[in-house]
Design a protein around this ligand. Sequence first.
Ligand code: CS2
Length: 431
Amino acid sequence: MRIVHLGLGNFFRAHQAWYTSAAPDAAQWPIAAFTGRSPGAAVALNAQHGRYTLLVRGPEHDEAQMIGAVDAAYPSNDHQAWREHLAAPRTAVVTLTVTEAGYLRDADGGLDESRAAADVAAWLRGDAVQTVPGRLMAGLAERRISGGGPIAIVPCDNLPENGAAVARVLFDFTALAEPALVPWIRDSVSFVTTMVDRITPRTTAEDVRVARELTGFDDAVPVVTEPFSEWVLSGVFPAGRPSWEAAGARFVADIVPHEQRKLLLLNGGHSLLAYAGSTRGHATVADAVTDPECRTWLAQWWDEASGYVPLPPGELAEYREALLTRFGNGRIRHTLAQIAADGSQKLPVRVLPVLRGEVAAGRLPAGAIRIVAGWIDHLRGAGAPVSDAGAAPFQARAASVRDVLALLAPDLAGNDALVAAVDHATLKPTT
Ligand code: CS2
């Protein structure tokens, strides 16, 4: 059996590959991993025969684990290997870590056709496709021809109902590019929904040195991660899967409470610190949570967001406590700039559900408003730098809160009290 993964980055290596390596049947589930954007990762990993060091970084010390779950890595442009792996009957599972932006969703969660158009045209010309929906479709088209049989697609990005989310963009893409394939996908592909969690910062030169010192192995691409890890999945695996539950993953019928808890409290809290916290001069999550002002803001946001997480209050209180400990791990250098990236894709899923719900209930939620205002400040040049392929139209309108809202959440832009509250929460020039 085999797993094919798309998005060979640090998070995948700290999470899905780690769970697979820790499963008792790991030997039967080698992973063929394809890079999403940085082909260099494949070269470096293959030079080490797929083995790498996971530095599990606790508040006091690092523990080095050698992970060998990846048996072959491929650059994103190896289209032939991609098609062959997806066509092979032994491939049973496709996992994805391609970031929120990778799915090419529009504001309603459908395929953003303007961003997909070049790829659809490439397919129709017989050229190689580059986007995530396009690559999935191309691989599945090959599988249909080869008679490879049913398969599970397992997205592992921070989107609510991510199984349905990837299904939607894949069906939209296929309807445009290869409509005859739609019924086969409907019958043969299972879309699994997941909640994934493990804080994984970028690797630094110092981390490379520490890994070498701990293991004696000269690893060019070690990964640093926190001790905590969570994986909750819901869905069907028609061709089997590793015993991930033996490594700590949980399989549940209703994933919504788990994903809301994580998306709103953890990821929403991260975005709050990334925008509002970085304007206070903080560079990392751990720095920001030592600031009493930022902790007050977090508590305020968590109070608001908790109303949207269908779990008992005791469980939420414990989760918040645990988050403060995780965020406060000063040995993890998780930069606010890394988290600030792709805000145009992240805010709609991490913050807007709470903002919308509160506004509909007649309230002006100060915590959610602070995140939106902090993001507008960031678009205007304050705090962490902007790194977001979808930012340009927002930056062009950043001078006006109402214009930004009209693009981000058109349903809210006519609310004068909200616009005034967001405007009031943005930074004012000091004269
Ligand atoms: C972060 C996440 O960069 C971000 O947007 O909020 O990557 C976060 O660290 C992970 O989801 C933790 O599991």
